[in-house]
Design a protein around this ligand. Structure first.
Ligand SMILES: Cc1cc2nc3c(=O)[nH]c(=O)nc-3n(C[C@H](O)[C@H](O)[C@H](O)COP(=O)(O)OP(=O)(O)OC[C@H]3O[C@@H](n4cnc5c(N)ncnc54)[C@H](O)[C@@H]3O)c2cc1C
Ligand SMILES: *[C@@H]1O[C@H](CO)[C@@H](O)[C@H](O)[C@H]1NC(C)=O
Ligand SMILES: *[C@@H]1O[C@H](CO)[C@@H](O)[C@H](O)[C@H]1NC(C)=O
Ligand SMILES: *[C@@H]1O[C@H](CO)[C@@H](O)[C@H](O)[C@H]1NC(C)=O
Ligand SMILES: *[C@@H]1O[C@H](CO)[C@@H](O)[C@H](O)[C@H]1NC(C)=O
Ligand SMILES: *[C@@H]1O[C@H](CO)[C@@H](O)[C@H](O)[C@H]1NC(C)=O
Length: 536
């Protein structure tokens, strides 16, 4: 067994540290003392996304300084990934602070670090609840090459928003657990359509399909028929007009990780198996309950491991990632919860075909309806699932860039295409919508491929039909589940999919990392005391 040098030399390191930084092991409870002898707890975090980084920073700040993060890829940030494109920076993963207001810790940190633009800090923007972009900046294109006046769709938009609100209200009402959000909206549409003439029905149905495509992107679900109706409202919408990071979302991750000592994050360290409930001997004759085995042969001993890998990775590896395996309720949760794909297609044009005051472009396919299944021939039809394009701002710095969103099987199919195929499909696509067969092709294209990402396996989680918020709580429960266990909190779970009211978001991921760090901090109250003594 090859052991990491940092483990072997930990004793030496401790001796070199100033005395005040040493955990006050003397005052540890007798049980803990028996467990750890004269050392402080060793924590290994699997995954350097925002949940893992936030957990490490909180532990470190609280005096639990023996922390390592093992990250499979060559970078930190995970699903927060800023990259250069066109003339500026674009987000391959998370883009917006969803609900930037005082209750959102991402917003809190971002404003504290001075990472936001002036608009995001306006108090009136923090109070705003928003469902759709202000209509003046939304431009709706039809597949017959015409622009649709949003006024024509005002009634159906209002109806749809009421239906969604009703769907969210089921949390506190009577509900069939087999029901889906998609089915609910379809029933509403069918009922209302009795009052529409043929022309209005066609227009409204096509627009409802476009709106549902957008919702699929919000849930990263192939279809809203997969998203459970009863718990839909458990997801909490925070107030605030969604905003972006002028210097990229990754600027936040970099600020959070800055206080961590060099060598805390180990990159290209894919974890293969986590052996727990054991007694593993380190080369300092200490005994640890957990051994983390990496793909490259390295292994790490720990008292506590915080697993932050995406649900998509857990779905692929639920059977053998933990040894002994996960308890049945966790296996069920991993199987039942939804984890789908939402990708971006960034398209740069030499000259914009849209008015400069446009912020969102929404495509509507004539003849579409939420009551019929999308066509199965993905090669011909995948683009029809693209739900909209955000115009990236400001064009002077960015260039003329549209950021398209696409969810589901069509999105996964898109990942398999070559750049040339995407280029040619997108050229045809925009020519169709602008009604201009001569429209110059885009000058560059970049798309995300989250489904094919070996350590992510999709975009984010949703509560699928057949699961409930209880599954999210079960996923978050630490191991061993036995409250009387001699060695408690061996394996803890954080990450976007483990937080019942804020799953699928960066703030949810961050809060889940803090939650698990706090669980460990609470277990070692003496260490916190020592730390504050050291600060004085
Ligand atoms: C396209 C897209 C758009 C999004 N838009 C938004 C948005 O606008 N606003 C918002 O708030 N959220 C958004 N999200 C969601 C947000 O990005 C995530 O919820 C959040 O970043 C997840 O953080 P995490 O720490 O839970 O997981 P991750 O960031 O995925 O971190 C987990 C880490 O674990 C690593 N890992 C996996 N397996 C192993 C292994 N075996 N060994 C070691 N390491 C491993 C991974 O490489 C990864 O770095 C978006 C996501 C996507 C994909
Ligand atoms: C947007 O710009 C176009 C012309 O470029 C103009 O006709 C239209 O009124 C503008 N809309 C708004 C809401 O400012
Ligand atoms: C919207 O509904 C109102 C009344 O319910 C009706 O008068 C109006 O014509 C409708 N508008 C459209 C565009 O259908
Ligand atoms: C949803 O519930 C809230 C609070 O109970 C209520 O005010 C609102 O009218 C409901 N909305 C719909 C569309 O039923
Ligand atoms: C069906 O629509 C009518 C109005 O068109 C409405 O009064 C009724 O409540 C609707 N039924 C359901 C189940 O939504
Ligand atoms: C953990 O180990 C104990 C004692 O060896 C055993 O009784 C228990 O079943 C184990 N738990 C799991 C989940 O394997």
């Amino acid at each position: 067994m090859k052991m990491q040098p940092w483990l072997g030399s930990r004793l030496l390191l401790l001796l070199l540290l100033p005395l005040t930084a040493l955990p006050d092991t003397q005052s540890l409870g007798s049980e803990d003392q028996a467990l750890m002898g004269s050392r402080g707890p060793v924590v290994v975090i699997v995954g350097a996304g925002i949940s893992g980084i936030a957990a490490a920073e909180k532990l470190h700040k609280s005096g639990l300084k023996n922390v390592k993060i093992l990250e499979a890829t060559g970078r930190t940030g995970g699903r927060i990934h800023t990259q250069s494109f066109a003339k500026g920076l674009v987000e391959i993963g998370a883009q917006l602070i969803n609900g930037p207001s005082p209750g959102n810790p991402i917003f809190q940190l971002a404003s504290q670090f001075g990472l936001l633009g002036p608009d995001a800090l306006l108090e009136e923007n923090q109070k705003m609840y928003f469902h759709n972009y202000p209509p003046s900046t939304l431009v709706i294109y039809s597949s017959s090459g015409k622009i649709i006046n949003p006024e024509e769709l005002k009634n159906i938009t209002e109806l749809y928003n009421t239906w969604l609100e009703e769907a969210r209200n089921f949390t506190s009402g009577v509900c069939d657990p087999k029901d889906s959000v998609g089915n609910f909206i379809q029933q509403k549409a069918l009922n209302s359509s009795q009052e529409w003439d043929k022309e209005l029905a066609e227009k409204n149905m096509a627009y409802l399909r476009a709106m549902l495509n957008m919702k699929c992107c919000a849930s990263a679900a192939h279809s809203m028929d997969y998203v459970a109706l009863c718990p839909y409202g458990e997801y909490t919408i925070l107030p605030g007009l969604d905003c972006t990071f002028p210097k990229g979302f990754e600027s936040l991750v970099n600020r959070i990780k800055a206080p961590l000592p060099d060598g805390t994050v180990l990159l290209n360290k894919a974890v293969k198996g986590i052996h727990w409930n054991g007694s593993f001997h380190g080369d300092n004759s200490q005994v640890y309950p957990v051994k983390v085995q990496c793909e490259d042969g390295d292994s790490f001993l720990a008292d506590h491991v915080i697993v932050t890998v995406p649900l998509g990775f857990l779905k692929k590896r639920s059977v053998d990632l933990l040894i002994p395996p996960l308890p049945p309720n966790k296996m069920q949760a991993i199987k039942n919860l939804g984890f789908g794909t939402m990708n971006k297609i960034l398209v740069e044009f030499e000259k914009p075909f849209w008015d400069l005051n446009t912020s969102l472009i929404q495509p509507v396919w004539e003849g579409d309806s939420p009551l019929t299944e999308p066509k199965k021939d993905l090669k011909q039809n995948w683009m029809k699932k693209i739900s909209g394009f955000v115009v990236l701002e400001p064009p002077a710095q960015m260039g003329h860039v549209l950021c398209g969103f696409i969810a589901g099987e069509e999105s996964e199919f898109m990942e398999t295409l070559t750049d040339e195929e995407i280029f040619s499909s997108m050229t045809d696509y925009f020519r169709t919508f602008t009604g201009n067969p001569e429209l110059p092709p885009p000058i560059s294209i970049l798309r995300s491929q989250w489904h094919s990402h070996p350590f992510t396996g999709g975009s984010y989680s949703y509560v699928a039909v057949g699961s409930s918020g209880i599954d999210v709580d079960n996923l978050a429960e630490p191991l061993p589940t036995d409250k009387e266990a001699v060695k408690p909190l061996q394996i803890l779970f954080a990450g976007e999919a483990t937080i019942r009211n804020f799953y699928s978001t960066t703030h949810g991921a961050l809060m889940s990392g803090w939650r698990e760090a706090q669980r460990l901090i609470d277990k070692y109250p003496e260490i916190e005391v020592t730390n504050s003594k050291a600060k004085l």
